[in-house]
Design a protein around this ligand. Structure first.
Ligand code: GTP
Ligand code: MG
Length: 441
């Protein structure tokens, strides 16, 4: 898929220079310096992932934002000069810009003007590989683009020309709008079909206990996923290396198996359209039993990243799900004190390293505890004529004790709560008084 919005991606191997740009944060007076640096560092990293380089950073503190240009007049004039002096091809704002602001700024500066959402969409477009991810990204792009469609955009009919034809007397923009609307409807239908297939796959896995890795982008989710499941999901020092969801079996120390999923990461100010169009990708996390929240313990903005993830989980309506915070990359912490401080600040978290496998066994034991706490313990006497039911119990529960006697077999087993009802109705005909209790971890 082509990028609709921002950079013409260059293959880094063909030695074309990266596009150069200026990054700007417009903040309220009194915003602390470390937060501003954090925002700009991230914006710079986003640009680098998209294939562009930031050559200058500008901060403007204001009490009031100008609705026409966001920046004040004086700062804008200064910026015009910087654009010339540094010979940059674009200017990027950390804030979301309205369509009018983009147009006015572009006119004043004479170069491409971008905001954070555009660059995130651009990276998603660059990294999307599966049909689902590509469809989701294109939908988000078009929904973002639609209200911004002005004469400044290149004509879309060139890209989507095959879908509709130009009606008599229509202006180019009207044609573009109509093409986009039709394309959006088409993409939504395609996503609906993909989601239906996914729902069938998920319902086939309904009986398994499911863990989902979630977290800020680049926290190490895919690296951990590969360690826990022997998979080979792409893990790189790049933002949004993963855009789709993979599910694999994971074996716990007792030999019990659970399912684990790896998915797209979150980021501060993730464009709302993206979250909405990635609904089917995130469904695995939404329907999981327990969330494993992976955070990069070495990142200077650790607290903010954890907050952002918690907020995104709330947007998805799953902030109340049982979850475990994993502070990853502790192998890269400079000293022992840093680990102690983290353990003190986050008493419920587990410090791990996906790279060196530090504390991975403890993580598996914690996962086992979650599994057991969601199980019921049952004791049933099965007569010898009910061997099919016995086989069913063995296939769907974890048998812990078994006593063979003359009149039948007494077994004690753990079964996930979700399946307990079905199992009870199966064994009831020959075991009317089943003993059971909720397993405590
Ligand atoms: N030092 C160290 N680096 C790690 C560890 N875990 C992951 N990394 C590195 O962190 C970077 C990101 O890892 P990924 O596993 O791709 O992270 P992710 O959360 O899946 O990222 P996205 O899919 O891009 O959101 C890679 O360069 C990894 O090698 C760790 O325990 N220690
Ligand atoms: Mg990943």
């Amino acid at each position: 898929m082509q990028s609709l919005l921002t950079f013409n991606h260059v293959d880094r191997s063909d030695e074309q220079p990266a596009e150069r740009g200026i990054a700007i944060a417009v903040v309220r007076k009194g915003t602390d310096r470390s937060s501003i640096d954090e925002y700009l560092d991230e914006l710079e990293q986003l640009c680098a992932t998209a294939g562009a380089e930031i050559v200058l950073r500008i901060v403007q503190e204001r009490d009031r934002f100008d609705p026409a240009t966001l920046l004040g007049k004086g700062k804008l004039a200064e910026l015009v000069q910087f654009v010339r002096d540094y010979a940059v091809q674009f200017v990027i704002f950390d804030e979301g810009l309205s369509p009018v602001q983009v147009r006015n700024l572009q006119t004043a500066l004479g170069v491409k003007v971008l905001d954070r959402s555009m660059i995130i969409l651009d990276i998603f477009a660059k990294h999307a590989r599966t049909l689902e991810a590509k469809t989701q990204v294109e939908l988000a792009q078009l929904q973002y683009l639609y209200p911004r469609l002005t004469r400044l955009w290149p004509h879309l009919s060139r890209q989507y020309g095959g879908i509709g034809t130009r009606g008599p007397g229509e202006t180019q923009i009207e044609t573009d709008r109509r093409l986009i609307k039709e394309r959006i409807a088409h993409l939504k239908q395609r996503l609906f079909d993909i989601e239906r297939q996914r729902a069938v796959q998920r319902s086939e896995r309904k009986d398994s206990f499911r863990f989902a890795l979630v977290g800020y982008t680049n926290a190490g989710k895919s690296t951990l996923f590969n360690q826990l499941t022997n998979a080979t999901v792409r893990a790189e020092d790049k933002l949004f290396a993963t855009l789709d969801t993979t599910v694999r079996r994971c074996q716990l120390p007792s030999g019990r198996e659970v399912l684990l999923s790896d998915t797209v990461g979150f980021i501060r100010k993730l464009p709302a359209h993206l979250v909405a169009s990635f609904k089917s990708t995130l469904a695995e996390a939404v329907e999981s039993d327990v969330l494993l929240h992976v955070a990069d313990a070495t990142h200077p903005a650790l607290d903010h990243q954890i907050e952002t993830v918690t907020e995104t989980l709330a947007t998805l309506g799953i902030e109340q799900k049982p979850h475990l915070l994993l502070l990853n990359k502790v192998d890269a912490l400079s000293d022992r004190d840093a680990r102690h401080q983290l353990a003190y600040r986050y008493p419920n978290a587990l410090l791990i390293s996906a790279r060196t496998c530090y504390n991975i066994h403890s993580l598996l034991l914690r996962m086992e505890e979650y599994l057991l706490s969601a199980c019921m313990r049952m004791r049933v006497h099965v007569p010898y004529h009910a061997m099919r039911e016995l086989a069913y119990i063995y296939a769907n529960a974890t048998v812990e004790h078994r006593t063979d006697a003359d009149e039948g077999i007494t077994i004690e087993f753990l079964v996930p709560r979700a399946q307990a009802g079905q199992l009870l109705s199966l064994v009831e005909p020959f075991a009317p008084s089943v003993e059971y209790s909720l397993e405590q971890s």
